[in-house]
Design a protein around this ligand. Sequence first.
Ligand code: CP3
Length: 385
Amino acid sequence: MLPLRGPHLVTDHCRRALTAVGATGYDAPRMDSSLVLKNDRVLRAFRKQPVDVTPVWIMRQAGRYMPEYRAIRAKADFLTLCKTPDLVTEATLLPIDLLDVDAAIIFSDILIPVEAMGMELVFTDARGPQLPKPIRDRGDVERLKAFDPETATGFVMASIRQTNRALDGRVPLLGFAGAPFTLATYMVEGETSKHFYRIKRLAYEDPSLLHRLLERLTGVVAEYLVAQVEAGAHAVQLFDTWAGALSPDDYATWCVPYTTRIVEAVKRTGVPVVLYVNGSGTFLEAMADTGVDVISVDWRVDLADAKRRVGRRVALQGNLDPCALYAGPDVIRREAVRILEKYGPGPGHVFNLGHGILPDIPVPHAKALVTAVHDESRVYHRSGA
Ligand code: CP3
């Protein structure tokens, strides 16, 4: 019954999760003590259920723009931080305490599973993530390890459990992973790329090798996300950040089949799945075809247009330009209203930025966004719960 092909490792806990399909689905957070969410707006909006106000969270909401985050980072380098559950919990809670956002997202990075597959990973302040020995041939792909997420990335699962205990049900906790194509860009390019020449060259020169790499990543990412749900993640987001570099036909070839299989595996656990692509305007329909519950769109997309195109099939998340937060509270409020108007009345919208918050945004501006979204959206939910 497994939708995943290829030589991936299926651990006992994953098999349990993958086979646990009941009438009401499988609800891991309910397994985790008697945790009842005090604020479940984000989960309700993901499922297109009525809410009192439009929920909001911010991609990269725990980050360098916060002095409190920089203080944590003064104690540990980025990877050590990601691997220390006490520090992860502290970082994950910062935006809940300081901004009043409606969801927490576990503090980590999409490249953690890439390291667990055996690739060397370093984070530099100047150039971001670096993989000094990128994938160059078939041998490099075959040498990648499948891994048990509860052991190789046990610190992520421990962090999810500990963060949920600290949250005490204040808001849901989101898990996440990079989607296969975006992880493959890092593995092949070796760093964040501007033009993606290397991975596109591989796609044209040796398509079977890129398919093989994506196949291997699909098994790993599905198991990694299911393990996060088992640890207590209430929903998960798949980041296919760099898939926007692809043509619609190439998105259909290199992303849709793999993402679909991951979505199938995770949805069996019963939690909603969000899919984010930066630059997805030309293939929103294909993203919806993967079976995700929510599409997270960037600012280049007109939200009213996105709602017309895919709003019957999925909820939408987004989509303020992160640069709008450079302006003061009045402009931020005006821009929030503009986006709320675009989505219009009715459930199924989670407010967010179109990409991660920038490192030099003043914290009060982020807080002003959250306040504005809550204040100004009430009129759209008059009949809401
Ligand atoms: O949203 C959150 O608050 C959760 C934390 C989170 C981080 N990375 C922390 C982080 C999440 C969800 C990510 C995902 C991620 N990581 C993506 C997909 C989302 C996106 O923004 O497109 C990507 C492409 C990465 C890879 C990555 N990690 C890059 C390109 C960088 C450098 C960027 C930069 O601003 O320097 C990182 C490092 C990173 N990941 C930081 C944080 C807070 C900065 C590290 C530091 O503290 O020095």
